[in-house]
Design a protein around this ligand. Structure first.
Ligand code: ADP
Length: 485
């Protein structure tokens, strides 16, 4: 299956290590498929530990010259990379839609979002300020400087094939660190296109490498290699836990963006129409496959029926399932068969315990990996949808009576990434915002992510923050200089 591109050279099918486009040592490849059709898009190298080690060693060798450049010079290269992403946005979106499935308009939105991290951090690199500390001793001067941590590794997921890479590479490179990335198996083509643009932007050889292939072998090398000082991972909590334990022997600094189980609360004083707009955006974006998607929708009993009806009408009017390349489509396919099976299991479990289907509830007539946008009512805390991230287009509506009750239910999870609520009462807004045990809270909005704000979770949703001035701290270490005079 071919992808129609203005610049066909963006479709790279070799890995990018130390500034060279390479095959696996063994010559082995794996197939990238279009989730909307099942068609084969490309074969990319099935690499393992040896290739990863070479990428890490090349990064370490290139590090000294990169950190010696001024932040302004690094920023100029990141700016160029950003501009190339925007100039090639149509092609990058076409590649993303082909391998990931999201509608073209959403893919283009992700390219803008992804590029914004390169622009932002290219600037922010100039502001990695240190401190001077008044000394307790008259004959000493105390100075704090911040230095790049060193070689960084990144392991990224398929749901945001471009943005999860630039959100890590932007701050790493801006701070003066090289980075080796392992993209998800489902979406390596977006990562390789980014590598090509990095090369064209003037990122030096070895400073940004993309290794495709076996997650276990590549992950084992990235975590055990002592040259790697920092690992940044976005993905499931299970794999995050594994990588954290594998990183223990070499005491790596970690950033982990793991699973969520976002509550979305509609209080009885909410603007219901605004809450519906927010719920549609937060729940069905990327077909429900984001870690900040509303997973549990709690609606006050006084407005439950009215909200359910408004949401049903909005889903019927606004959502269109289909191939991402078709105009007007808002819901692409899910990523793979396993994703469909999980969604089906969550719905079957809910129905067996008394929930009802308002709309959807089954695979879409289009076949492949398409699923109907679904709303369930009569959902309770004993159901799987309350405990696990569904990662699909299913909106389960829970009923609640009091603020205390809903805050308790919202916090009753090991996750703590994003939460949302709708209320117009200023006192309630503060009380609930403070009571929610989450790293990010959307208040009267369903969309919270941007490059200038800190993205990240508490509890088992992870460690560290990405985006914003906090995001660059993850890639620097503090050095204290004590000078006798
Ligand atoms: P998802 O359920 O979203 O696919 P995963 O956590 O499985 O989430 O995948 C996120 C990333 O982690 C992908 O790049 C995947 O290849 C990688 N990954 C999965 N298992 C491992 C592992 N054992 N070691 C290193 N990386 C892994």
């Amino acid at each position: 299956e071919s992808i129609d591109l203005k610049d066909p050279s963006l479709l790279q099918t070799k890995a990018f290590i130390a500034g060279n486009w390479q095959d696996a040592d063994s010559g082995a490849t794996f197939e990238v498929r279009n989730p909307a059709t099942g068609g084969a898009l490309a074969q990319v190298p099935q690499m393992g530990a040896a290739e990863t080690r070479r990428a890490i060693e090349a990064a370490n060798a290139a590090w000294g010259a990169w950190r010696a450049q001024t932040a302004k010079a690094r920023g100029a290269i990141l700016r160029k990379w950003y501009e190339l992403m925007l100039a090639n946005a149509d092609d990058l979106a076409a590649i993303m839609t082909a391998e990931q499935g999201k509608p073209l308009a959403e893919a283009k939105g992700e390219i803008q979002y992804a590029a914004s991290f390169l622009e932002w951090f290219g600037e922010e690199g100039k502001r990695v300020y240190g401190d001077t500390i008044p000394s307790p001793a008259a004959d000493r001067r105390l100075v704090v400087v911040k230095e790049p941590i060193g070689v960084c590794a990144a392991i990224t997921p398929w749901n945001f094939p471009a943005a999860m890479i630039t959100r890590k590479a932007g701050p790493a490179l801006a701070a003066g660190c090289p980075m080796v990335v392992k993209p998800a198996e489902a979406t390596p083509l977006s990562a390789l296109a980014l590598a090509l643009l990095a090369e064209r932007a003037g990122v030096p050889a070895g400073i940004f490498s993309v290794v495709t292939g076996d997650p276990k072998a590549i992950g084992a090398e990235m975590t055990s290699n002592a040259l790697v000082r920092k690992l940044s991972f976005t993905g499931s909590t299970g794999v995050g836990r594994l990588l954290m334990s594998q990183s223990a022997p070499t005491i790596k600094k970690l950033s982990l963006e793991l699973g969520g189980n976002a509550p979305f609360i509609v209080f009885d004083d909410a603007d219901l129409d605004a809450a519906v707009v927010g719920a549609i955006a937060s729940k069905y974006r990327n077909s429900g496959q984001t870690c900040v998607c509303a997973n549990r929708i709690y609606v006050h009993e006084k407005v439950y029926d009215a909200f359910a009806e408004k949401l049903r009408a909005a889903v019927a009017q606004q959502l269109k399932v289909g191939r991402g390349t078709e105009p007007g489509v808002t819901l692409g396919p899910l990523i793979n068969e396993a994703a469909l099976l999980k969604v089906e299991a969550h719905i079957a479990d809910a129905l067996s315990k008394g929930a009802q289907v308002v709309t959807g509830g089954k695979r879409h007539a289009l076949g492949h990996h398409f699923f109907e946008p679904t709303i369930l009512t009569g959902v309770t805390s004993s159901m799987m949808v309350a405990k696990e991230e569904t990662f699909g287009p299913v909106a389960p509506l829970f009923k609640f009576g009091s603020d205390d009750e809903v805050v308790r239910m919202a916090n009753d999870t090991e996750f703590g990434l994003a939460a949302y609520f709708y209320s117009r009462d200023i006192g309630r807004v503060w009380r609930v915002a403070e009571a929610l045990e989450y790293g990010m809270v959307g208040i009267n909005t369903g969309l919270i992510s941007n490059e200038v704000a800190p993205f990240g979770g508490v509890k088992q949703s992870g460690l560290g923050r990405e985006g914003s001035h906090y995001g660059i701290d993850e890639y620097v270490v503090v050095k204290y200089l004590c000078m006798g005079i």
